[in-house]
Design a protein around this ligand. Sequence first.
Ligand code: 5CU
Length: 372
Amino acid sequence: MASEPPIIDIHTHVYPSSYISLLRSRVTVPYLLNPSEKGASPRLIILPSDDDPSLLPGSRGRPIDPSYTDIGVKLKFMSDHRITASVISLANPWLDFLPPTEGLKWAHMINDELESTCSRHQGKLWAFATLPLSASPSDIVTEIDRLRSLPHSRGIIMGTTGLSNGLDDPNLDSIWAALEESKLLVFLHPHYGLPAPLYGPRASEYSHVLPLSLGFPMETTIAFTRMWLSGVFDRYPELKLLIAHSGGTIPFLAGRIDSCVQHERHFPEHTDENGIKSRGPKRSLDQVLSNNIWLDAVVYSETGVKAAVEKVGQERVLFGTDHPFFPPLDEGAEKWASVETNLNAVTSAQDKAGSRAILGANAIELLGLEIN
Ligand code: 5CU
């Protein structure tokens, strides 16, 4: 019988024990809250909206269970969903909140812990490392250079704030240069969402829905657009960026973003080597999308997968689960509806060859994975 084609999960998070100890030591977001109710499990308070004083401690954030921390639970999840291999990454908010002098030490510890986990599961686990983004650019570059010595490290995960002024900040240049040089894939992931007033005075009635379904994708869309507008991809044409949640709304809004640029007198006109005139960055949005950008397929719909493929190409879309987030609400369910929805979206949007590519082959080639 022909063996099943591999499924590779490139969007799957963990909170390693070193990070959990960091969260336990804190009393402001992000932190672990121990409700005083007897037998209540600790609550993970990571999003600004999680720390709502109008709620009892046992209702704030969400309960943290072993799926967030125990690699054995992740391996069981992989087996339940026929996932061949996973590229694990620290979940948000990474190390963004640390005082500058603490960042490098924690990045070192967490990246080493991820490396050691992966090395115990050869051919099944790889990692996207984390960067000490609150530290100095030279500390950050030091960690990027050190990642070359970690054999399972295939890239880095980062949020949208950069050194605190966003991803169009010129002070990030030495970091983009080091990432380009190291050929590490940059996994761009949201955390902060949109300003709370946009969610309105009734936001708490809708719990996580507005920040996760709309805040996250808009945050990523804005962060990438600022990178492109500021010329990051003109200066670092080999930089490789994987954008979470199928690029937020980029596939849908790329035409509008580009049209706004082409109608903006503020940008001088320039002419390319083929005599084509345009405004804005030298490398057009379409050029960047089809050369520098990969999108995950964590979009939960056939329409979303089709839009991602149409915008960046079938070979640049990669399957992911977002585990351990979005578990089934009825405990005990073996298959996760969130995962099945994403699997079905890929297989209904694509033919057999396209599905194989997105579900596994693209990641194997891009990241050089030698699976069991
Ligand atoms: O449910 C959530 O809050 C999240 C989160 O924080 N990070 C993530 O990657 N997915 C969902």
